[in-house]
Write a protein that binds this ligand. Sequence first.
Ligand SMILES: [Zn+2]
Ligand SMILES: [Zn+2]
Length: 337
Amino acid sequence: MKAMVLHRVAPVETRPLSWEEVDLPAPRDHEVLVRVDVCGVCRTDLHVVEGDLPPLLPSIVPGHEIVGRIERVGGKVRELSLGEAVGVPWLHRTCGRCEYCISGRENLCVRKEFTGYSANGGYAEYAIGEEGFVLPLPAGDPAKCAPFLCAGIIGYRAFKLAQPRPGGRIGFFGFGGSAHLTLQLAARLGFETVAYSRNPVHLELATRLGASETVLTSQPPRSATRSHLDGAIVFAPTGTVVIEALRELKKGGTLAIAAIHLSPIPEIDYDHLLFGERRIVSVEANTRADAREFLDLAGRLGLESSVTVRPLREANEALTDLREGRVTGAAVLDCRA
Ligand SMILES: [Zn+2]
Ligand SMILES: [Zn+2]
């Protein structure tokens, strides 16, 4: 099969992913082989390719927003069948035995594996998924489903962790693939939503998706505090944005950081930005319950992904566009030959 393979981490503009013919993987007992239709491009893939996340294997096929159909099943697979449409997400497998797994916090499992990081992912014609971790998908265009599988699910977990009061005001800092789905979800659930971005084109999308207010952020950031948000989510992988968000957060509010990697957070002025029982919480992966809840909500609320589709061979270019802020909504790779 064809795949885009990473052998050595490097800046994306040096085209570190190479287009190769590799062996078709064989599913083990509890695994399925999925013929990949499309795979979403997530910022985490950028961190894998550029080495912000340390390499775990000598080579890796990235990609963890996989939409496809089951083509082969392992000998002990019971719940899944050939031809079924499934999604293969970031959470590839957990141990089921550690203190986190047995207390309903499998997202923190100490032995968890990740699709497209510790196991080969979906920048390929075929990928492996584990029974119990692959997800049923809402009907519809596979390309529009792909961003649900990480951008949507992680955004939903961040939204829950930000704990805005019902009908409250929630801020979205960095308006990419995840924020564009999470803002829609919040707006349709009756929250007031405020989108923050340095890119006016991204804010136009936010307005179309129902944002109550948009804020074009400046460089350097404003120093005034506004304290009008009940909750906030930082999607940008940038520590200075955490300070911008704290300036907007009310007393008692929670700021959730939905980033797997963040540049250093500058010094926080405790008296003005944290005192008043403001909270900061990071978001690590998701549980399968988060995934099921989000996919159900996405279907019922009619969430719409805004996507740019490119052929699999252009994965390096798609990642470069993502890093440079040139993707509005989410980028998706078409993996059908
Ligand atoms: Zn575990
Ligand atoms: Zn992701």
